[in-house]
Design a protein around this ligand. Structure first.
Ligand code: GLN
Length: 301
C-alpha cells in the first residue's frame, strides 16, 4: 500500500498533489521523481505540464487524484513511465506503447536518421526512385513509421516475431497515417517473404548479452525479453541477419544496424565476412559506437 493518500484531503491542488507525488516516488527510489509525477498528472488530467506552472493552486477532481495515485503506485514498482503514459515520442512521430512492445530509445532515432541520410545521398531521397526497405524486428514500428512519414514513395515491409509488438506497430502506422506505405508481417527475420530484392535492410535487433540482461534497470524487466536477448555474446541476430541479407538485398544494397556497447568490432567483422563493404560506424549522443552501416558488394567494386 502506498504511504500517501492524495485524494483524502479536502482540497487538493495541482501544486500539493505534485509535491506529494514527487516525494512518494523519490522515497521509492524512482529516478527523476518530480518530472515523472508531472508527466503522470498531465496524462491523468489531459492537460500539458506547462499549465501546472500557470495554475499551481487549481483544484484537482477526486477522480483525477485517485487515478494519479494508482499510477504513482505502479511507477513506484518501477513499471516504465512510457507504458503508463501509453505513448512515446520518436523523431517526427508519437507512438503508442504497452507491455509486449519494446519502448523506442533515443539511440534508435539516430539509426533512422542515418538510414534516411545514407539512402538520400545515394538515391536522391524525395526525388529519387521508390525504394524497397525491410525493417527487421520492428517492435512498435518506430523505424518503419518514422521513415515512411518522410519518404511516402518508399515501400516498406516491417516484420516481427511477436504478435503483441505487431499489434502496436499496426496501430501506430494508422495513428501516423502511413498504413498504406508499410506492410507488417509476423515472421522470424523475413522468412516467407518471396520478393527478396531490397534496397536496404534496417534492424535494431535484440543485442544484450546474457550477463547484461541480468543487470538491467528495474524498468527494463517489464519489457519483452524477446526484444532484448541477443544470446550469450549478444551477437546472434547480427550473424543471422548479415548472412541472410546477402540473399535479401540487391547488389549494392545497404544494411543498417543498431549495436550494443562494445560490439562494433565484432559486428564489423561479421559484416566483412558476409561480403559487406563500405562499413561505417556512427556514435550516439553518449559517444558510444551505436550504429553501423554497410553495403553489399559495392557497385564500385
Ligand atoms: N538499447 C536497449 C537497452 O539497452 C537494447 C535494445 C536492443 O537490444 N535492441 O535496453
Amino acid at each position: 500500500m502506498i504511504a500517501m493518500a492524495i485524494g483524502e484531503e479536502a482540497e487538493m491542488t495541482i501544486s500539493s498533489c505534485l509535491k506529494k507525488g514527487a516525494r512518494f516516488l523519490e522515497a521509492a527510489g524512482v529516478p527523476e521523481a518530480r518530472t515523472s509525477a508531472e508527466f503522470l498528472l498531465s496524462h491523468v488530467m489531459g492537460q500539458p505540464r506547462f499549465s501546472f506552472y500557470a495554475e499551481p493552486d487549481a483544484a484537482i477532481k477526486p477522480a483525477h487524484a485517485e487515478e494519479f495515485q494508482k499510477l504513482l503506485s505502479r511507477r513506484s514498482d518501477r513499471f516504465p513511465l512510457q507504458y503508463l503514459l501509453k505513448s512515446v515520442p520518436f523523431r517526427n512521430v508519437v507512438l503508442e506503447v504497452g507491455e509486449g512492445c519494446l519502448i523506442p530509445r533515443p539511440e534508435t532515432e539516430i539509426l533512422a536518421e542515418i538510414v534516411l541520410r545514407t539512402l538520400d545521398e545515394e538515391t536522391g531521397g524525395h526525388g529519387g526512385p521508390p525504394l524497397q526497405i525491410l525493417d527487421v524486428g520492428t517492435g512498435s514500428g518506430n523505424i518503419a513509421i518514422s521513415v515512411a512519414k518522410e519518404r511516402s514513395h518508399w515501400q516498406i515491409i516491417a516484420t516481427d516475431i511477436s504478435d503483441q509488438a505487431l499489434h502496436y506497430a499496426r496501430r501506430n502506422a494508422v495513428r501516423n497515417e502511413v498504413q498504406d506505405n508499410i506492410q507488417f508481417l509476423q515472421t522470424d527475420l523475413w522468412d516467407g517473404i518471396s520478393s527478396l530484392a531490397f534496397d536496404a535492410i534496417v534492424s535494431n535487433p535484440p543485442y544484450l548479452t546474457t550477463s547484461e540482461l541480468s543487470r538491467l534497470q528495474p524498468e527494463v524487466r517489464f519489457e519483452p525479453e524477446v526484444a532484448l536477448d541477443g544470446g550469450e555474446n549478444g551477437l546472434s541476430f547480427f550473424k543471422r541477419i548479415a548472412r541472410n541479407a546477402t540473399m535479401g538485398l540487391k547488389r549494392g544494397g545497404f544494411l543498417f544496424f543498431e549495436i550494443g556497447f562494445g560490439q562494433d568490432r565484432a559486428v564489423f567483422k561479421i559484416l566483412e565476412d558476409s561480403g559487406f563493404r563500405e562499413i561505417k560506424i556512427f556514435k550516439d549522443d553518449g559517444r558510444i559506437k551505436r550504429i553501423i552501416s554497410a553495403r553489399l558488394g559495392s557497385t564500385h567494386g
